[in-house]
Ligand binder design. Structure first.
Ligand SMILES: NC(=O)c1ccc[n+]([C@@H]2O[C@H](COP(=O)([O-])OP(=O)(O)OC[C@H]3O[C@@H](n4cnc5c(N)ncnc54)[C@H](OP(=O)(O)O)[C@@H]3O)[C@@H](O)[C@H]2O)c1
Length: 261
């Protein structure tokens, strides 16, 4: 594919986007490539990465990696082709929610998988890439959090907890990186459609997924990609710490009160 480079100053940038095989990650990859950024995209589904490679060409490298597996992350990053090894944009996007049961009815394995993907995955990728960014004094880490980090809801228990970790980790990274040029941004979306997120959450119960989005106008993956690119494209002197974004059709409600019968 011929890359139409809109932003000439993006030409020498190299990004690593986790969860590139679907949803936000795939849209971010496409947006970055469109802007002239070279992208390493990761995920567990090789066939999806191969399809992206066939479509996007030389500016894209797909790497199979399970972010829960420390060795898989470090091996993959070690083995990056030399022309793609100096990553200066890391998008920690791979993540998932599993179930929406009250805590007392949740499966412990679901909790463990959310922690190992949403927290450990972010830690492994960040730990593998941050020293190089600091050495080169260039870099931007964008973490995809969620409004669940800030606003609890019934059944959000561990998912919300993992995204609260992502928010606080992002802010704490900023504290450690003061004096360097490295930027850190946590993007926290609300209801988003056009991804596999709800199908994964509800174990492929597509009726349930349909009922979540019925009559709504949710945020779309390209809206997230636009937001990510906006933060990257701002002058280096600007660090966007946190972005909380919802579709216009979503807002806050009163806190419920349980009353004596
Ligand atoms: N959609 C929403 O409403 C919403 C709202 C707020 C925040 N978010 C957050 O946005 C991020 C992206 O979600 P999405 O909506 O785009 O969901 P999605 O369509 O399900 O995409 C999730 C991506 O993460 C990858 N992934 C999952 N587990 C992985 C693992 N163990 N190792 C490597 N990759 C893994 C998946 O790839 P493979 O299956 O190929 O590995 C997939 O590419 C997540 O962090 C999610 O929590 C979503």
């Amino acid at each position: 594919m011929q890359v139409l480079c809109k932003s000439l100053h993006m030409e020498n940038r190299i990004a690593l986007v986790t969860g590139a095989t679907s949803g936000f990650g795939e849209a971010i990859v496409r947006r970055f490539i469109h802007e002239g950024i070279k992208v390493v995209g990761t995920g567990r589904r090789k066939e999806r990465l191969d399809q992206l490679k066939a479509e996007l060409g030389d500016h894209f490298v797909g790497i199979v990696m399970d972010v829960q597996d420390k060795q898989s992350v470090f091996d993959a990053i070690q083995q990056l082709p030399s022309e793609m090894s100096k990553i200066d944009i890391l998008v920690n996007n791979a993540g998932l929610a599993l179930g929406i049961s009250p805590a007392q009815q949740s499966k412990l394995e679901d909790w463990e998988r959310m922690v190992s993907t949403n927290i450990n995955g972010v830690l492994y990728c960040t730990h593998a890439l941050l020293p190089g960014m600091v050495e080169r004094n260039a870099g931007h880490i964008i973490n995809i959090g969620s409004i669940a980090a800030e606003f609890p809801y019934p059944g959000g228990n561990v998912y919300g907890g993992t995204k609260a970790f992502v928010r606080q980790f992002s802010l704490n990274l900023r504290a450690d990186l003061l004096g360097t040029a490295i930027r850190v941004t946590d993007i926290e979306p609300g209801l988003c459609g056009g991804t596999e997120f709800s199908a994964v959450r509800f174990n492929q119960d597509l009726q349930k997924v349909k009922s979540i989005y019925e009559g709504t106008d949710p945020i779309l993956p390209e809206d997230i990609a636009e937001t990510v690119f906006w933060t990257v494209n701002l002058p280096g002197r600007v660090n966007v710490n946190t972005i909380s974004m919802m579709p216009t059709c979503q807002a806050f409600g009163a806190l419920p009160i349980s009353r004596r019968k």
